[in-house]
Ligand binder design. Sequence first.
Ligand code: TPP
Ligand code: MG
Length: 686
Amino acid sequence: MRACAGKGPWVDEALSRLAFTRIDRPSIPEIVHFPQRSSREDFYAVAYPLMFLSRRMDERMVELFKKGYVKGTVTTGVGNEATALGMALPFRPGRDVVSIMHRDLLGHLLLGATPHQLFCQYMANVESTTHGREGNAHHGDAARRRFPMISHLGKMPSLVVGGTWAARRQGEDALGLSIIGDGGSSTGEFHESLNVAAIHKVPVLFVIENNYYSFSTPIGAQYTCECLSDRAKGFNIVGRTIDGTDPWLVYSSVCDALDAIHADPGPQLLECVTLRLQGHAVYDNCEYVPDELMRKWRAQDPLPAARRKMREEGGFSEDSIAAIENGVEEMIQEALDSALRVARPDPARQNWSVFAPAAESELEPFRAPQVKNGEAVKKAQEYLLSLNPQAFLMGLDIGSYGSAFKTCKGLIDRFGPERVIDMPLCEPALMGFALGASQLGLKPIFEFQFADFSTETATQLGLNIGTWYFRTGCPAPILVRLPCGGGLTMGCFHSGEFEGLWSRFPGLKMLYPATAQETFEALVAGFYDPNPCLVFEHKLLYWSKSGPIDFDGDISKIWRARQYREGADLTIVAFGAMVYEALAAAQKSEKSLDVWNPFVLSPMPLAPIVESVRKTGRLLVVQECGATQGLGEMVISRIAREAFSALKAPPQLVAAPDMPIPFAPELECHYRPNSDKILAAVEAMF
Ligand SMILES: Cc1ncc(C[n+]2csc(CCOP(=O)(O)OP(=O)(O)O)c2C)c(N)n1
Ligand SMILES: [Mg+2]
């Protein structure tokens, strides 16, 4: 084997170091990556030392856990080394897009992590790849395309699909590697990801590590098909099931699959029937696995078999192998000793910001005389797509149909189906796809058909994307558009707002415009911000409200609360379509009302509104959704704490009742706040 030019992963160095420990010939070859492949004669001299390294590191990790150095848990790959080795070895660190799972310590070592980093990660010290912000197997190197897994199984394949797709779209020949267990393969998003990859012909190898159990649940309670690779038929892709305890078979099958998906891009599914020779995690003694079965598995342990083959097929003597094992043990001990010397994280020296810092940028000014809010959405997207070749739109029915509310009409004609992409109906995988694409330099603009469907993506958007920067240090610039709100007789599944829900997830920015100008500004600011930004677009306003757009190109001025009317007697804070109801109430009222919209919902710029309340002494907040679903109560409590002494009356909230949004026009009208209700509330405050 020859080294793959330009690669310098830790294992190359480790293997060359082990080569010196040999007592007799032959030497340990260096690793090659796709499209080269190792010969069988060379294979075990690489495979066994690495599998041994992985086994011993797993065992040391368990020891450390028992001694209290490792927190959280340890889910070892004991028994899975042949699969982990064979699947990861051909991939090119930093070039291919991968996401490694909790039994793949060896996959991490092969694709860029060092033993020192892994020990640091498990001990959660300052040199852990997550800086102690996440633990256990939840690590990677997002900047080098090794996406860190999250606990929620089934959530990583879509990122690999999006990342690989993005690399390909930028002219690279990247390949993807996505791993899942037999249990994780039952999740909806795993299937969604296969479907998206098949439709968009993304060359991702999906590996299922079938180790017969999902925690304590045997495969008989997990699925009914004969092989998990049978599921490939549903996506019209190639699926194979192989013995995952045979490292050469796994390796050569993966190489075959990569040759095929490289020549004719598209996904493949490879099920490796592998072993879990220990409990699910350190706390699990595995008593639910019958003794006889465990004995049978132990006899199939891939490690002694690989050792034998290193001797028999690789021509290594017993002494050389023992010397290599000693060399591995020494390397592990060195890594552990150095990890134990690393400092613990210091809360006082943390950067606690959940947001990536924004860079200053001057943009092209944009002006339009009089446009409807929905037209402003279209113009903003047109502006962004034309100035940013890396931007693309994704959603349902946004292509020739122009999206449910026509806010994308005509964009496909100008920018083509490569940049205005009609996606299949699977919001969770689409959101993961957007995250993956954002890591490879593209800038997704994601349209939900209705804000209501955003609940489908609570994990992907709220947990994976929201925490991404905090965990990885890599920004996740994704613009998410949410057509929201009621007043169109659409009932409780098509009329929600959800800003309250999404505000509960740290790491997401949010904007809620009311005017055409604000709509344009919100989309532009959200797009250029390095963080995930949610823009709530009230769909009642799309075609009922209009105004000019005058954007001077200065983004920094956008992130501020908006004032619509100056008054001395009472401050009204209104969200979205309620801005217009508040203004109508102000028109009718005899009192002089100061009308505001926070506009930026997260992080909310309340200072000027606090000043307004200090001036007026009265605060009334108006929101369209129920009292406990929105941000009104939070606005009241924050302002009351800051301007308490200035208050002349208790602050009030006009909100819908805490109930689902009713359908019939009469019922919905009764349910929604309006200018009369606001006026009544204003009067009651004097
Ligand atoms: C969506 C989700 N539900 C539950 C869990 C809790 N959990 C963690 S690992 C695991 C078993 C996973 O089994 P499998 O996918 O077969 O992988 P294995 O651990 O066997 O490698 C479960 C249920 C989870 N992580 N994610
Ligand atoms: Mg399993």
